[in-house]
Write a protein that binds this ligand. Sequence first.
Ligand code: ISL
Ligand code: CA
Length: 558
Amino acid sequence: MAKWWQNAVVYQVYPRSYQDSNGDGIGDLPGITQRLDYIKRLGADIIWLSPIYQSPQVDNGYDISDYRAINPEFGSMADFDALLRKAHSLGLQIMMDLVVNHTSDEHKWFKQSRQGKDNPYRDYYIWRDGQDGHTPNNWGAFFTGSAWKLDARTGQYYLHLFAPQQPDLNWENPNVRHSVYDMMNWWAAKGVDGFRMDVINYISKPRGLPDAKKTAGPVYGDAGSVVANGPRIHEFLQEMNRNVMRQHKMVTVGEAPAVNIAEAKKYASLDGDELNMVFQFEHMGLDESTNPILGRWTDRKASLKDLRANLTKWQKGLAGTAWNSLYWNNHDQPRVVSRFGNESTENYRVLSAKMLATMLHLQQGTPYVYEGEEIGMTNAHFASLDDYRDLDAINAYHVLVDDQHVLTGEQMLKYLGMRSRDNARTPMQWDASANAGFSTHTPWLKTNASDPTINVEKALADPNSIFYYYQKLIRLRHTLPVITDGSYALVAGNEDDDQVYAYTRKNATTTLLVILNDTQETLCRHYDVPADAQVLIENYADDQGDTLRPYEAKVYQF
Ligand code: ISL
Ligand code: CA
């Protein structure tokens, strides 16, 4: 018997960019509440809200200064309660973002902690002496620079894996852990239905905080490789589970960079003593640069072979023992149609968006749809650094172009246009009016000017839109058990095909055969299909058998 979240579909809302209701150019909670009917119409079951807590917004809310207050830009606690009530009345669940690897440096715990070595909150964070006038180890922060910042008051350094304004919490301290569990229970008591846990597999730091391996090129060691999946991580999550998850009906997903199959099986085991599922990152890394200095700043494209091999590895690796989450997009990733699809013509944009949706939504796991994905929103391709708001993009530009001179400004702008997180964060495109119907005021981040015709109003008026295709995929998941419980296999011989991806899902009564042309060419492929097979869903109107048209996706049921 599938658990309730196993055939659910999650829709992620980035509150800053969804709908502004009071004309200040910033999306807010009343704006989301106005749009819940739209999310319901798509068919999603759960809404994951990116952070809405009180925050200085250095990292758009992933720097929290009060876990029990709403950021005033987004509204009030009464606005949150109204959102939750309306969501529940529509049968939608709310999943909160839980950011507990770090807080904001304006959190009261950190303000206390930095007061002095004997402050009761000192040990809430990770403080170390320098080594001979240098940082305690070689770790680099994910947003550039060292992961350590010297604090003048006590002459010690504190750890921040992200921005200096995001000090890491010390999970070795039981008071930290129980403060977090209390806070989670407080939200659960309010009625929230689950948590998406930010970089949760970074919370247990390696003993002794050893240097990380450093390849020739980068100035700092790769902290991610040593902090991911640390020594006490499973103990901490099991403790959290006993204190929080087991007390409520709740769905959880952990963001887990650098997770492998063996670790994922522990985090997301079907026994349910840690999390329900994790976000793995391997398919998001397939198009990284081969030059470690550049990392994801490149225009490399992933090959179909690599993508298929990776998705297949995760399908088979977790089958029967743990549960996958399925995603192409979130607020940190460029738009899927621009990245793995083809945005060069309107026809290809629509076809490739539907093809990629088919690839993902027919696999086993819980699918996540990120706002705007369901209408095929594309990357923004900003022309100037001034258009960017994300500290990740701005810092990377300065380091690679101005300090290290490894890229020209022109090259970096091109790579930002392909990979920056701001590509995902441009305002939701509701209609063709000014600011895409997002706001009456200039938005905090420019709307995507590349195609003003991509919007919800237009999608809802067109029965062949990407929106209705997603709606259908979601409805199929809700009605056909094989999509949730069927076993996954590649069609024999398909592993070497660099143009077409073909796989099956099978349970005791039903087989699905999924055929996907990942090219803009017309191809010929023969697959054995029983004479009485039905076409379950397709992105062209008429099945032409062995002929596969550009980006054709079709699913047979028999
Ligand atoms: O965004 C990234 C590159 O694609 C990742 O390296 C990202 O920083 C990492 O996945 C962690 O992300 C999460 O924690 C960050 C926050 O900035 C991201 O928005 C969040 O999703 C720090 O809280
Ligand atoms: Ca607003």
